[in-house]
Design a protein around this ligand. Structure first.
Ligand code: IVC
Ligand code: ATP
Ligand code: AKG
Ligand code: FE2
Ligand code: MG
Length: 328
């Protein structure tokens, strides 16, 4: 064996023996050559290393109270049906949807695809958000997926939980490292009202198999969870104040706990991708189950046939927010 190979073997043996050594080795690599972010002068070296290591970064007070109050008002108008937004999906909690008729905001768990609502979509174009997004995606930015989450008080069935998952499960585009989610608390979020729960560093892994969790009280449509995740992996509860924003990697395993308060816990989010990303065929992959569900829903909702692909449903919703539209 050559001397170089010998040296490599010694290093690998050493790394194998001690997880601590792996971490400090990775730290050194990140310092020399961070792979998940680019240097635009926005993130400090410490923040870049933190994202490399953890897969998320929390920026306090990024969105003003004034903007958030406007998003809240618009949300109320939508719930009261004072505005009709093309393409918007209004989702109700499964236990509410299957019981009595509930009016207004109290029936709504989540808005999806608000990209045609000018007021809510302002969130996706806020310069202080895009300034950070660019560090992850590069200069050509598409807003691919938009949500306003209104986590309801739990009805006692624990259906207000969001199972642990990786957002990439839902996305037929790559590369994963050029995708990022921004998630902004619209009020104080804490353990009691079901804040985000993340597994730091889980973005270093691969896309895992997802399916419906086996929950006795039921589970919301399309709320797939990671089938087997290590329950001993350290968890972090992200407690946030109004306007605080977390940026996270699409492979980061995360979810949110039950809302044990009587208020609706609100957050607004957008998934961004570089417009230089490309679509992939998910046939034969772990994403086939979700793509079939999406196609089924699209067929029912819009009466479209199966010439509309999973990829098409994304290309139609994506909106350019900075730079040039390329392959997306
Ligand atoms: C990264 C990111 C993508 C991660 C995620 O966001 S994961 C969650 C993704 N969620 C979605 O994409 C939204 C899925 N939900 C929807 O599309 C809608 O809410 C629907 C489930 C189709 C319901 O639409 P809606 O217009 O309310 O239709 P209907 O009132 O006629 O109900 C039709 C049947 O669906 C049932 N339903 C309504 N809401 C839910 C629910 N949350 N979970 C499970 N089942 C539900 C409803 O009871 C009804 O059932 P049947 O009477 O047909 O048995
Ligand atoms: N049995 C389970 N299978 C998969 N995911 C779960 C399970 N139980 C909880 N989770 C997920 O773990 C995360 C935290 O959930 P949980 O409701 O236990 O809140 P918590 O923040 O741990 O609060 P608490 O300390 O009160 O338990 C959520 O994403 C939740 O959906
Ligand atoms: O509870 C939340 O706000 C998180 C929701 C989430 O992770 C998702 O919809 O992908
Ligand atoms: Fe998510
Ligand atoms: Mg718990």
């Amino acid at each position: 064996m050559s001397r170089a190979a010998d040296r490599l073997k010694v290093v690998l043996n050493h790394l194998d023996r001690s997880h601590g050594a792996v971490v400090s080795f990775q730290r050194r690599v990140y310092r020399e050559r961070p792979a998940y972010t680019s240097d635009t002068g926005v993130l400090t070296p410490e923040q870049r290393i933190a994202y490399e290591e953890n897969g998320f970064i929390l920026i306090r007070k990024l969105v003003s109270d004034q903007d958030i109050d406007r998003f809240r008002k618009e949300f109320e108008r939508i719930c009261k049906r004072e505005v009709k937004v093309p393409g918007l999906v209004v989702m109700r909690d499964v236990t509410i949807a299957k019981s009595e008729y509930v009016e207004g905001e109290k029936a709504v768990t989540k808005l999806q695809d608000y990209q045609e609502d000018l007021e809510l979509f302002r969130y996706c174009t806020l310069p202080q958000i895009l300034k950070y997004v660019e560090c992850f995606t590069g200069p050509n930015i598409m807003a691919m997926h938009t949500m306003l989450i209104n986590k309801p008080p739990d009805t006692g069935k624990k259906t207000s939980r969001h199972p642990m998952h990786q957002d990439l499960h839902y996305f037929p585009f790559r590369p994963a490292d050029r995708i990022v989610c921004s998630w902004t608390a619209m009020e104080k979020v804490h353990r009691g009202n079901g804040c985000l729960v993340v597994l730091p560093g889980s973005h270093h892994g691969t896309l895992l198999e997802h399916d419906y969790p086996e929950w006795e009280g039921g589970v919301n449509k399309m709320y797939h969870g990671v089938r087997n995740y290590d329950p001993n992996h350290p968890r972090v509860h992200l407690e946030m104040e109004k306007g605080d924003t977390v940026f996270f990697h699409p492979l980061l395993i995360h979810g949110s706990g039950m809302n044990q308060t009587d208020g609706f816990r609100k957050a607004i989010s957008c998934h961004y991708a570089s417009s230089d990303c490309y679509y992939i065929d998910v046939k034969g992959t772990t994403q086939e189950n979700i793509s079939n569900e999406v196609k089924e829903l699209a067929a029912k909702k819009y009466g479209v046939d199966d010439t509309v692909t999973f990829q098409d449903t994304w290309a139609l919703r994506g909106r350019l927010v900075q730079g040039d539209r390329a392959s997306m």
